[in-house]
Write a protein that binds this ligand. Structure first.
Ligand SMILES: NC(=O)C1=CN([C@@H]2O[C@H](COP(=O)(O)OP(=O)(O)OC[C@H]3O[C@@H](n4cnc5c(N)ncnc54)[C@H](OP(=O)(O)O)[C@@H]3O)[C@@H](O)[C@H]2O)C=CC1
Ligand SMILES: O=C(O)C1=N[C@H](C(=O)O)C[C@H](O)C1
Length: 262
């Protein structure tokens, strides 16, 4: 039996990529696609127009797992809807505030959820390498994260950049919020020792580039991941959906799916 998937945000960049991908997937079948209230079924529609709905509850009534790459503003409604319907949830949306994140965590008490800032295999391996490199680096090594994305991206730094910063903070045994420097401008003064700096680039159609830098006097290590296509994220999200279908309630991430934990 295939796992029945509802896709939220079917007209979005990730939503369209997922619709195409799921059609060739033997483990998953497409059960429903949601649209924002202001959106229409695309013409021509890539799948039967009957699969599209504006109502999340209608979509969930047909599905085992919701794959969701939409906006932070949808998170609370989708969290409550998944918990109510007993539908598992793959959450890729980034830029959540504390109350939106709390809604995800609360829903994980009812259903299995896989949440990741980045579903690509490469970035998840990179997160492990970053933690390892931070642990191995000297205390005076300066830690910096650079990310670049397409001109339409609305949140900064990217969720992945923040996840890289978190991996650095874990490796150094410090709190990211207390040590992050999100931007620099004007007479900033010299670099603060022990800080983790973030730099953001937005332009054109860049799918998603991330570099973790370990800079010390006399040498520099850079770990870079470049996504060439959104299929890298969509494949991971589909893998997470299939994996999740066997799991009890709880909050998981892509490290669990890829068995990258210690
Ligand atoms: N974790 C990961 O691996 C990845 C995460 N992302 C994240 O996923 C999110 C989406 O990215 P992307 O696809 O590029 O963005 P898009 O803006 O292309 O797609 C989002 C879509 O969701 C729609 N939408 C908004 N509200 C609802 C709703 N209530 N119900 C259904 N649809 C809704 C939007 O409509 P409208 O435009 O009318 O608001 C839009 O069509 C972002 O937060 C991004 O950072 C992206 C790639 C990979
Ligand atoms: O908005 C995007 O496009 C992406 N967002 C995610 C993020 O914020 O890290 C993942 C990927 O980099 C693409």
């Amino acid at each position: 039996m295939s796992v029945r998937i509802a896709i939220a945000g079917g007209n979005g960049r990730m939503g369209r990529t997922l619709i195409d991908l799921i059609q060739g997937n033997e483990e998953l079948s497409l059960a429903a696609v949601t649209l924002a209230q202001n959106e229409n079924v695309p013409e021509p529609a890539p799948v039967s127009a009957e699969l599209y709905t504006h109502e999340i509850d209608v979509a969930l009534s047909e599905a085992d797992v919701l794959i969701d790459f939409t906006t932070p503003a949808t998170i609370v409604v989708h969290a409550q809807a998944c918990a109510r319907a007993g539908v598992k949830w793959v959450v890729g949306t980034t830029g959540l505030d504390a109350s939106e994140q709390a809604a995800v965590t609360a829903a994980a008490g009812e259903v299995a959820i896989c949440q990741a800032a980045n579903f690509s295999t490469g970035v998840n391996l990179m997160l492990r390498l970053v933690e390892l490199a931070t642990r191995a680096s000297e205390g005076e090594t300066d830690l910096e994260v650079i990310e670049a994305h397409h001109r339409h991206k609305v949140d900064a730094p990217s969720g992945t950049a923040l996840a890289i910063g978190k991996a650095m903070a874990i490796g150094r045994d410090i709190d990211l919020d207390e040590h992050a420097v999100m931007s620099r401008e004007g007479i900033t003064g010299a670099r603060v020792d022990g800080s983790i700096g973030f730099s953001t680039i937005r332009g054109g159609d860049i799918v998603g580039d991330h570099t973790a830098m370990f800079v010390s006097d006399g040498e520099r290590l850079e770990i870079t991941h470049r996504a060439g296509t959104r299929l890298a994220f969509a494949r991971g999200a589909c893998r997470a959906a299939a994996w999740l279908s066997e799991k009890p309630a709880g909050l998981y991430d892509m490290q669990d799916v890829l068995q990258l934990r210690d």
